[in-house]
Write a protein that binds this ligand. Structure first.
Ligand SMILES: [Zn+2]
Length: 162
């Protein structure tokens, strides 16, 4: 069996940036489960996994255009500290991430700088502008159930629990 549209694949991977820093790991404690061909993962990695089989090792570098896009300077803005009145001072630090409701749905914003009462926030994806270096091992491949296909995501361990 190989990975094709609506396959559910279980992966282990290590994700590094250009500097070799580890950004993310999916290992035996935290395997990554995804449904192929439904836009649930970055296009460059999905392309690299197409038609691969269980046991295969896939090493691929994905440029920003096929990952989380280039950084968009227009997504940074200054907001008042009052916008975060529910957030304690200890939590309001550079690098802190919050979910914000926007016209596009829920987005993650990152605190880029704090200057007194002014908070500079950055709405870019934290991995925008990064070339992502993946080392992936495919553990298991199965067909999606009808319920998974109708939801557009995998269920079960490592997937959404609903
Ligand atoms: Zn579901």
């Amino acid at each position: 069996m190989t990975i094709t549209k609506n396959s559910i694949a279980t992966l282990h991977y290590t994700l590094k940036d250009d500097a070799g820093e580890i950004l993310d790991i999916a290992d035996e404690n935290n395997p990554f489960l995804y449904m192929h061909g439904v836009g649930g993962m970055i296009p460059g990695l999905e392309k690299a996994l197409e038609n691969k089989a269980a046991g295969d090792n896939v090493v691929v570098s994905v440029p920003p255009a096929e990952a989380y896009g280039e950084r968009n300077p227009n997504l940074t803005q200054d907001v008042s500290r009052e916008m975060f009145s529910a957030v304690d001072d200890e939590e309001m630090v550079v690098g802190a991430q919050f979910q914000a409701q926007t016209d596009e749905g829920v987005e993650v914003i990152t605190v880029a700088a704090i200057e007194g009462d002014v908070i500079k926030i950055d709405g870019n994806h934290p991995m925008a502008g990064e070339t992502l270096h993946f080392d992936v091992t495919i553990l298991e491949i199965r067909d999606a159930t009808e319920e998974e296909i109708s939801h557009g995501h995998p269920h079960g361990p490592g997937g959404h629990q609903h």
